[in-house]
Ligand binder design. Structure first.
Ligand code: ATP
Ligand code: MG
Length: 344
């Protein structure tokens, strides 16, 4: 079997961190006798510079044919205030690939507990699954001078198609799923809760519980370790996933996957931006991109074994104290990448 991955390095530190992720992917696939085909395409600011378009047709066509897309980052001061913006490339690719499920693991790695602003986050290992294309961000909007409104609408199908992969993830982990809503107030949340209960019938091995979003916001800082997989609607997920990332304390380590319908290519990217302040210096932390590549193997290639192998190597390098500047060390991108490669 051949894996076909499209790499979109993008701007700023994007090319530096995706290069590291490619090296790790190549090594792991080679070790497993798996053929990996990677092709590079333009997105973001660099795509504007070369073609005038932040998401050239050619890039989109390549993505449609792939099993996954690995993205670095887009944007930077060079393109701020321009009529065409690099971020439009990202919005368009998400839309074109129909990515309705966003998956963000949040971890506190051994040896890095001190980076978390809270004292009981040691060993934190949760996954937040967020609905990405519905709800209030995409509802009917009315904007007047004195009155404005944003409508939050969900169909049962929109809920089902994001809750189902959350159950799958929970099943593959510890069999524990918490659905987060505001069902004491919102009709859309009551539909969400009913639908989650209905989907639960297909997953007898998973225990489903419900939490209100305000309570969940507290729990994430008081006892985050009580949770394993969370699933929630778009806006709640937006807020909670940033809160959780802050709780973990290290933006350079966080990965994400955005998935659409089964069998279509997902988008895998670190959660950090293009970090223009350190771009080109070779000091960016590539771990978020490397862990995103691991998510590609897990969700895009059904190779849980290889994904775990990469995650263990990253964990081990961090535990051994090979730390980039953002983590308080002085290792550069190449050094931490080598440390990870050695451990595969
Ligand atoms: P965006 O709007 O694209 O999210 P941003 O400025 O909000 O951009 P980042 O680009 O993620 O956010 O940068 C925030 C800070 O974190 C910067 O100081 C940056 O240098 C640092 N940072 C982000 N990613 C990394 C990384 N992989 N390694 C080291 N430092 C990083
Ligand atoms: Mg930002």
């Amino acid at each position: 079997m051949t894996l076909n991955l499209v790499v979109l390095p993008g701007d700023g530190i994007g090319p530096e961190v995706t290069k590291a992720a490619e090296d790790v992917l190549s090594a792991v696939c080679k070790g497993a006798g798996l053929e990996l085909k990677m092709s590079h395409h333009l997105i973001g600011g660099i795509a504007i510079d070369e073609t005038g378009n932040p998401l050239p047709e050619e890039t989109l066509a390549a993505c449609a044919d792939a099993q996954g897309v690995l993205l670095g980052a887009v944007g930077g001061p060079k393109w701020d205030g321009g009529s065409v913006r690099p971020e439009q490339g990202l919005l368009r690719i998400r839309e074109a690939l129909g990515l309705f499920t966003n998956i963000r693991p949040v971890r506190v790695f051994e040896g890095l507990e001190h980076l978390s602003p809270i004292k009981n986050a040691a060993g934190l290992d949760i996954v937040i699954v967020r609905e990405l294309t519905g709800g209030i961000y995409f509802g009917e909007r009315q904007e007047g001078d004195e009155v404005a409104s944003d409508l939050c609408t969900y169909s049962a199908e929109e809920v089902r198609r994001v809750v189902a992969p959350a159950f799958e993830i929970a099943k593959a982990r510890n069999g524990k799923l918490t659905s987060v809503d505001k069902a004491n107030v919102l009709a859309s949340s009551r539909l969400w809760r009913r639908t989650a209960e209905a989907v639960a019938k297909d997953y007898p091995e998973v225990t489903l519980s419900h939490a209100l979003v305000d309570a969940m916001a507290m729990h994430l800082v008081t006892h985050p370790n009580d949770f394993d997989v969370l699933v929630t609607e778009n806006m709640f997920g937006d807020i909670l996933s940033d809160e959780a990332a802050a709780v973990s304390g290290s933006i350079g380590l966080a990965a994400s996957a955005s998935l659409g319908a089964p069998g279509t290519p997902g988008l895998y990217e670190p959660i950090h931006g293009s970090a223009p302040d350190i771009a080109g210096q070779g000091v960016a932390n590539p771990s978020g991109a490397i862990l995103s590549a691991a998510m590609f193997l897990r969700f895009g290639a059904a190779r849980e074994d290889l994904a775990s192998q990469i995650e263990a190597a990253v964990e081990s390098a961090l535990k051994a104290g090979v730390l980039t500047r953002d983590l308080g060390g002085d290792a550069n991108t190449e050094e931490i990448t080598s440390a990870i490669l050695e451990r595969l």
